[in-house]
Design a protein around this ligand. Structure first.
Ligand code: V47
Ligand code: SF4
Length: 367
């Protein structure tokens, strides 16, 4: 195996990884640019094994996507609609409650709730949603609202982000999903999501959540117009914040799905399997202070997600049950996967499946 590492001159990086030294910007760029995928994966696997041995985590979860009406209309998003446009929707609180009720017998440990920036919804809609969900599914962790939705609510009501988070936390919010980060570079944001909050503001919302004890995830939407340097700088900004707050639980690279998006018109293509594995492995190596690197099977497919378990990944997300954002953009996967299938994939890769709850508490190891 060491020959693979030597071939492409990754020896110095390998030494750093083995001695637990943090990688720097140049190391990260070299890892992205080498064609030695197996070497990078091998190093990422060392870190993964050091943190989690052969364990691979998954969660029985349910996504609820409460509205697709959004004022931002990011160019990579095929899910969002303008109010009144054909296909636009907003779920009533009763409809949301009904979805939770339908999940009652399924031992769901996480509700994953994300939606658009809908001008008709105010903070009361969200607090009422949390109260109701807590009542229907007590003990299920509510992972809801990206930093973008939190910042939108703060601006709409003239409140600080801290105040909005406190109100939601009191109603039952425990965890923020990692969406909305995209790529922090202002150049990329100007090109693909000019109306979205800045990367700095995204980081501020997460810092505010961490101060309140709300754990969060982080993502990066990759495979559109970003450069290698912009990917690396995104990872380094996350690592810096994590050094200060230790509030992030997992990092999830989101492979761009181009169909039906404005970017597809300008030639954007699907990511390749090579890029997907490289992205996950480099993230594992650079984000040494993140506990978990998650492969989102919805975007890269269950088969590649399984292979990624040898490339630094320790978490394969969950059962999902209903996915709208990536499927609007042509994701070729199903919208649900059974717990048994996740267990089968993990075991067939020679790993130990561990069912977790949203906050990575172990639900059951004996699977
Ligand atoms: O912010 C939008 C992304 C995100 C596309 O925390 C797209 O566990 C691919 O927050 N192709 C929302 N991605 C999803 C999200 C998430 C997903 C999985 C796990 C977690 C977690 C959080 O979806 C958006 C945006 O970055 N997105 N359009 C697209 N065409
Ligand atoms: Fe709106 Fe989110 Fe889609 Fe951007 S990615 S248009 S903020 S729903």
């Amino acid at each position: 195996m060491d020959r693979i590492l030597l071939d492409d001159g990754l020896k110095d990086i390998a030494a750093k990884v083995r001695s637990g030294q943090q990688l720097d910007r140049d190391d990260a760029i070299r890892l992205f640019e080498t064609k030695n995928l197996l070497g990078v994966g091998y190093l990422a696997d060392i870190v993964k094994k050091h943190k989690h041995q052969d364990n691979v985590y998954f969660v029985v979860n349910r996504h609820i996507t409460y509205t697709n009406i959004c004022v931002n209309r990011c160019k990579f998003c095929a899910f969002s609609k303008t109010k009144g446009e054909k296909g636009s929707y907003v779920l009533s609180l009763d409809e949301i409650e009904e979805k939770a009720r339908a999940a009652k017998g399924l031992k769901v440990s996480e509700l994953h709730i994300v939606g658009g920036l809908n001008p008709d919804l105010d903070l009361n809609y969200y607090t009422e949603m949390m109260y109701r969900l807590r009542k229907v599914l007590p003990g299920t962790v509510i992972k809801a609202l990206t930093a973008v939705e939190i910042a939108y609510l703060a601006d709409k009501h003239g409140l600080t982000v801290d105040k909005v988070l406190r109100r939601l936390q009191a109603a039952g919010l425990e965890y923020l999903p990692g969406g909305g980060a995209e790529v922090f570079s202002p150049r990329v944001r100007r090109l693909v999501c000019p109306d979205k909050i800045s990367g700095e503001r995204w980081l501020e919302v997460h810092a505010a959540a961490h101060r309140l004890g709300i754990r969060t995830n982080a993502t990066m939407l990759y495979g559109h117009v970003e450069t290698t340097e912009e990917r690396v700088d995104h990872l380094l900004k996350l690592r810096e914040l994590q050094d200060r707050t230790e509030g992030f639980l997992s990092f999830i690279p989101l492979a761009f799905q181009p169909k039906n998006t404005e970017l597809a018109g300008s030639g954007a293509r699907e990511t390749t399997g090579y890029d997907d594995l490289k992205m996950l492995a480099v993230a594992r190596l650079v984000l040494d202070n993140f506990d978990h690197i998650k492969a989102y099977w919805i975007n890269i497919g269950p088969k590649l997600a399984q292979i990624s378990l040898d490339f630094g990944v320790d978490d394969i997300h969950g059962t999902v049950m209903e996915e709208k954002i990536s499927h609007a953009a042509g994701a070729g996967t199903k919208q649900v996967i059974t717990k048994e299938e996740l267990v089968r994939l993990i075991k067939a890769a020679g790993k130990v499946p561990v069912e977790r709850d949203a906050l990575y508490n172990v639900v059951t190891e004996a699977l």
